[in-house]
Ligand binder design. Structure first.
Ligand code: SF4
Length: 158
């Protein structure tokens, strides 16, 4: 099962691929402003438990992180270290991180984390060739075991 964890919400448009950001659309429908960035009440979701004591996020699941924001958003710098700490406490779960801010990934990595970040999957989105050329080198330099590219939303640019 693929679940979602949104530790923070809201974002700033930084690329062509942000033009029709669905988060902005959904927020507008709810009378909200997608550029309003805040830490959510679900921040501690990875450690939340059911009444029987089991974790809400089951062992072995893949969780998509920050689907209504960007994990490497500068405005989230004060919250990211704690988010990494929560993920480190769930080595049995795969956390799928996706960003358009590839150049920020390396400097935002925590100093304290198991080698190769075994339960984290670092991914960049690439809406066209130019975005891929710009972002993939930053992905390649990461000292992480799991990396990927999401080619979406595709645009017509070269
Ligand atoms: S980076 Fe993602 S969440 Fe942020 S504005 Fe762009 S498409 Fe939306």
């Amino acid at each position: 099962m693929h679940d979602i964890w949104n530790p923070w919400h809201g974002c700033r448009k930084v690329a062509e691929g942000c033009l029709n950001c669905y988060m902005y659309v959904l927020d507008r429908q709810r009378g909200m402003d997608g550029s309003n960035i805040f830490r959510t009440q679900n921040f501690y979701y990875p450690l939340q438990r059911n009444r029987d004591g089991s974790f809400k996020i089951k062992s072995g699941e893949l969780i998509r992180v920050c689907m209504t924001s960007d994990f490497f958003l500068p405005e989230a710098d004060p919250w990211r270290a704690e988010a990494f700490s929560l993920m480190a406490q769930r080595p049995d779960v795969i956390f799928y991180l996706l960003t358009k801010r590839a150049r920020r990934m390396l400097k935002c990595l925590p100093r304290e984390y198991p080698a190769d970040f075994p339960n984290l999957s670092f991914n960049v989105s690439a809406e066209n060739n130019e975005a891929a050329r710009r972002r993939l080198p930053y992905l390649l330099e990461l000292p992480c075991a799991h990396k990927g590219v999401m080619c979406a939303p595709l645009t017509n640019a070269a």
